[in-house]
Design a protein around this ligand. Structure first.
Ligand code: URA
Length: 213
């Protein structure tokens, strides 16, 4: 957990509730609820769209082709699944991998809110349109949102393309989507390094002042 704690969130209880959730129609077609992947006690959170075929079967976020690409890009900046949290806007697979519908996103909102409250990450990387719109709170395309960072619940948000967009190929403004994601993950890594440095400097200072006993 990165920032100072607010009211405690019983994340295990909320996860248990989510695992049998029937708040929207996606519960009828899912194999299982995909609560998360990675480490929800990290200071970095990646938010995707919704589980796909493999995630629905295996019960873990980002384990299919997009997840493998994400793993590779994380490794390039010396991160891995055990050092970041990975969640989705909706926790159940939309049939045929269609986009999640607005009422499904709303029905699932309390779970992502609880994950955010529990983690209080320093950095949030939003992967694609749905995660970016969830965080920004208005309809904005990722191509427009990308390149800027902004604050949300005490975290710095780095919007980037969804790995599936990189797998489909293509470029924007002369930069391939893959290189764009690579660049943005590098940026997220630099932001989290800085947050860690400043946390460690403040706790050293507090120790020197004898504030911990
Ligand atoms: N795409 C997503 O957005 N999330 C996953 O978990 C897998 C693919």
């Amino acid at each position: 957990m990165a920032q100072s704690p607010g009211p405690p969130v019983d994340i295990d209880l909320i996860r248990t509730q989510a695992l049998s959730c029937t708040r929207c129609r996606l519960s009828e077609s899912r194999t299982q609820v995909v609560w998360a992947g990675g480490n929800l006690d990290s200071d970095v959170l990646f938010i995707g769209e919704g589980p796909g075929f493999h995630e629905d079967r295996l019960g873990e976020a980002f384990v299919g082709a997009s997840g493998q690409l994400l793993d590779r890009l994380l490794a390039e900046v010396e991160l891995d699944r055990s050092s970041v949290g990975i969640v989705n806007v909706v926790k159940c697979r939309p049939p045929g991998n269609r986009n999640p519908l607005p009422d499904e996103i709303e029905a699932c909102r309390p779970y992502l809110e609880a994950q955010l409250d529990h983690m209080r990450p320093d950095v949030i990387v939003t992967l694609g349109n749905f995660a970016t719109q969830f965080v920004i709170g208005r309809p904005i395309g990722i191509t427009k949102a990308r390149g800027a960072t902004f604050g949300f619940r005490g975290a710095t948000v780095v919007p980037t393309f969804h790995p599936a967009a990189a797998l489909r190929g293509g470029s924007d403004g002369g930069v391939s989507r893959l290189d764009a994601i690579r660049h943005d993950i590098g940026r997220a890594r630099a932001i989290v390094d800085e947050a860690r440095r400043s946390r460690s400097a403040s706790s050293t200072e507090a120790e020197q002042l004898g504030l911990f006993s």
